[in-house]
Design a protein around this ligand. Structure first.
Ligand code: SF4
Length: 340
């Protein structure tokens, strides 16, 4: 039996029942694809439900204000996805009169949409013959065909695109793509693939010789940068100073506290705190927060002052209204145990 028939037969019987799988509305499929990038389904599901309820049409999303979108996105990370979603919805409203574009190139033209998302949306919603290649697909294809080219090299990417297109069922591309991704997610996992339950084990070259854990091959390891953040949580007991984060760094557009960044773990911030003329101050928590390329070592200092000062880029808000301001997960972790 053909590779694609095997995976689609398996998919029909084993696929998870997920809300975006029972719609052919391209807007909801796009929404689910953006939410699920770099996110596990278990985590993304509640965000999909919140977003599709709050913004049931692309027009509603386009006309929403950015803070309300970022607030709903809170905790999901990679906030540029939320901003791109918003920009993409505005493009659809402006350039396509609110109707979701129906060609691969038009979808690819939407803000934040790359070949992966354009292939997923165009194949699932419009049955167009574009093969998706994501982390799950890399893993399955590299193992089945023993592809030794690194997935993070230009030549490797080309080879995977070619193979993915060759095995694609051009008549049922949406089903084929979803089947392949589902197998990557449920069966062919990174460290303990369930080869005996796999519908393509008879065709899998790396299963035949037991080398499957050697695939996919990667060229370089991701470098992780250590950063040392000191947050000065400045308060008069009722209100608190928030800072809206600027462009060119992580968490653009979200709110945090006064941030002092040091270059190593040994530098301290007592002099910076003294400049604020505190009534008193204390260390109020320390966390290590891991992002894809950064390891943030964060220390929070509660600084009590008599009177709060307004400054450019800063907002003074009531402590009991902090929930209205979208914040990075690191700050939410802090606030859950803070002594404000
Ligand atoms: Fe992955 Fe094993 Fe299936 Fe090969 S047989 S595709 S290694 S789960």
């Amino acid at each position: 039996m053909h590779f694609s028939t095997l995976i689609q037969n398996w998919y029909r019987q084993n696929k998870r029942d997920l809300p975006w799988r029972s719609t052919s509305d391209p807007y909801f499929i796009w929404l689910s694809e953006v939410i699920l990038q770099q996110t596990r389904i278990e985590q993304g599901l509640s965000y999909y439900l919140k977003f599709s309820k709050s913004f049931p049409t692309v027009k509603k999303l386009a006309l929403a204000d950015e803070d309300s979108i970022l607030n709903l996105w809170q905790g999901l990370g990679y906030y540029s996805r939320a901003r791109n979603l918003h920009s993409g919805a505005k493009q659809i409203l402006l350039n396509h009169k609110g109707k979701f574009p129906a060609t691969y190139n038009e979808i690819l033209n939407l803000k934040g949409v790359g070949p992966y998302t354009a292939s997923a949306v165009s194949s699932i919603a419009f049955n167009l013959p574009h093969a998706v290649v994501d982390g799950n697909v890399y893993r399955v294809l590299s193992r089945v065909f023993k592809i030794i080219e690194p997935i993070d090299s230009t030549s490797g990417k080309k080879i995977f695109d070619k193979v993915a297109h060759e095995v694609l069922d051009k008549k049922n591309p949406g089903n084929h793509n979803q089947a392949l991704m589902e197998i990557g997610s449920l069966v062919c996992s990174p460290t303990s693939p369930k080869c005996h339950e796999c519908p393509v084990n008879a065709k899998c070259l790396s299963f035949a010789d037991g080398t499957f854990l050697e695939y996919p091959v990667k060229e370089k390891k991701t470098k992780v940068r250590d950063r040392y953040f000191h947050y000065l949580v400045v308060t008069d007991g009722k209100k608190i100073v928030l800072n809206k984060r600027a462009e060119k760094d992580i968490w653009f557009g979200l709110y945090d506290f006064n941030l002092i960044e040091k270059t190593n773990a040994k530098q301290n911030v007592s002099k910076d705190i003294e400049l604020l003329n505190p009534l008193k101050f204390k260390k109020d928590g320390a966390f290590v927060h891991i992002l894809s390329h950064q390891k943030i070592h964060a220390t929070f200092w509660k600084v009590d002052v008599k009177k709060l000062k307004t400054e450019k880029g800063k907002t003074i808000v009531n402590i009991n209204e902090l929930d209205n301001y979208p914040m990075p997960q690191l700050l939410i972790r802090y606030l859950e145990q803070a002594t404000l």
